[in-house]
Design a protein around this ligand. Structure first.
Ligand SMILES: NC(=[NH2+])NCCC[C@H](N)C(=O)O
Length: 425
């Protein structure tokens, strides 16, 4: 498997998805919040909406299901044993019910496919002792309802893999699973830049939704509820060491509030010089200030403060035209950002996937020259768009968005073709 990501927008070659499954139905209204959802969602509906995302992506690139990758990788016994030990090791200190834990031997006895299913859909607690009989827990290993947000548990930077140091324990096994699935099939050309599962044990926090690859040597990283400065320092150190080239990192401190889980909920690149933005925090009188960090191999980093991400990018010669999520109306801006209206995913420059429910955002995109097409129309017609066409393909979003993310959050791109087709500029 080849990794190569040097931008947010160049034509997509391969991507990993996870189709939501039974893990979604384990959630109840009373557990939704601790499972990081805004509400419960009906499985049959989100599956069919997610299928539209998958069908569209299939017309552009190779699409892998995480569980297929994991099942193949876990045929390797040593990988299987490492993954199970890691997951048990991460969970046991919290469980205080060590005895209740399904033993390593039991997990290892499962064939790879069943093991993957158990890890994704959860392993129910066996009521075979007084302690477990009286326990309020339903699972010894909880289901992973956030797994369809493939973006967060891993990221690719150039030819290297980053696995997430998940901020909340409910998501920790995702990073271990994706590390086994993807790292298991990587050759030596693809370095592991950041082993998030292990880094999390040292207090690092880093999720892919905060990591934007704006160029081969340019990253924007949210410092958020989910990602901390310690992790960004560790990651930049590793990138520097691996590629031995200067690196610029723009750190964007985010408000620690639910609407701003990750940087990609406030800003996503959709074309060479255009981004969808959440205006209240990216533009106007009080945009989020940022810190530009410039690091050269063997030197100490230098730091420069800027008034906003867009102002910082402008000093680097990247003049970004902002397209407003929700348009000019502050109420619509707030509502549509909450429904992941800013969270677009580019399959090529100027060709993006967005949710259909954010109508004011779609109007802005149309005004900016994007043709709006539903995923179903696009799939039925099955003709790839001309490279110069600006296109926003809409996926039904009302239900998927309740999980707390949009099209960018649901995709883990592995490879983009690094040469842009020469278009417009
Ligand atoms: N890249 C993103 N913005 N991901 C959104 C993740 C949503 C998920 N429920 C969580 O809270 O973790």
């Amino acid at each position: 498997m080849k990794l190569g990501i040097e931008s947010e927008i160049s034509p997509l070659a391969s991507v990993v998805l996870h189709t939501p499954g039974a893990e979604i139905e384990a959630m109840t209204p009373s557990t939704a919040e601790e499972l990081l959802y805004n509400d419960i969602i009906p499985l049959s509906v989100v599956q069919s909406h997610h299928q539209q995302l998958k069908d569209v992506l299939n017309l552009f690139c190779d699409v892998y299901e995480l569980t297929d990758l994991a099942e193949t990788a876990l045929r390797d016994e040593s990988l299987r044993s490492r993954l199970c030990s890691e997951i048990i090791g991460d969970a046991t200190p919290r469980a205080s019910e060590e005895a209740a834990w399904t033993s390593l031997e039991e997990l290892l006895a499962l064939p790879p496919g069943e093991l993957v299913r158990a890890l994704v859909e959860g392993i129910p607690l066996r009521r075979d002792s007084l302690q477990t009989f009286l326990s309020e827990r339903r699972y010894v290993h909880p289901p992973l309802p956030n797994l369809y947000f493939m973006r967060d548990s891993a990221a690719v930077v150039r030819s290297g893999l980053v696995t997430g140091a998940m901020a909340y324990p409910v998501r920790a096994p995702e990073s271990r699973l994706v590390a086994a699935a993807v790292a298991g099939s990587l050759g030596t050309e693809s370095p592991l830049l950041f082993a998030g599962g292990d880094e999390a044990r040292n207090g690092c926090r880093l999720e892919g939704g905060d990591l934007l690859v704006l160029g081969p040597n340019l990253l924007a990283v949210g410092v958020s509820d989910r990602s901390n400065a310690a992790a960004i320092d560790r990651l930049t150190g590793s990138i520097l060491q691996t590629f031995s080239e200067p690196l610029r990192v723009i750190a964007v401190p985010l408000p620690q509030q639910r609407f701003a889980i990750h940087l990609d909920m406030l800003f996503t690149m959709i074309d060479h010089h255009r981004a969808l933005v959440h205006a209240p925090h990216m533009l106007g009188n009080s945009p989020l200030p940022v810190v530009e960090m410039w690091i050269e191999p063997g030197r100490l980093p230098t730091f420069t403060r800027h008034t906003s991400l867009l102002a910082c990018l402008a000093t680097l010669g990247m003049e970004i035209e902002p397209i407003l999520c929700g348009g000019e109306n502050p109420v619509k801006q707030e509502r549509e950002q909450w429904l992941s209206g800013t969270n677009a995913f580019a399959v090529a420059p100027g060709q993006i996937l967005v949710y259909d429910c954010n109508t004011a955002t779609l109007e802005e995109l149309a005004r900016a020259g994007f043709r709006i097409r539903t995923a179903l129309d696009f799939i039925t017609e099955n003709t790839p768009p001309a490279p110069e066409e600006c296109l926003a393909i809409t996926i039904p979003g009302a239900e998927l968005a309740r999980g707390g993310g949009g099209p960018r959050c649901m995709t883990l791109p592995l490879q983009r073709r690094d040469r842009f087709p020469s278009r417009r500029d």
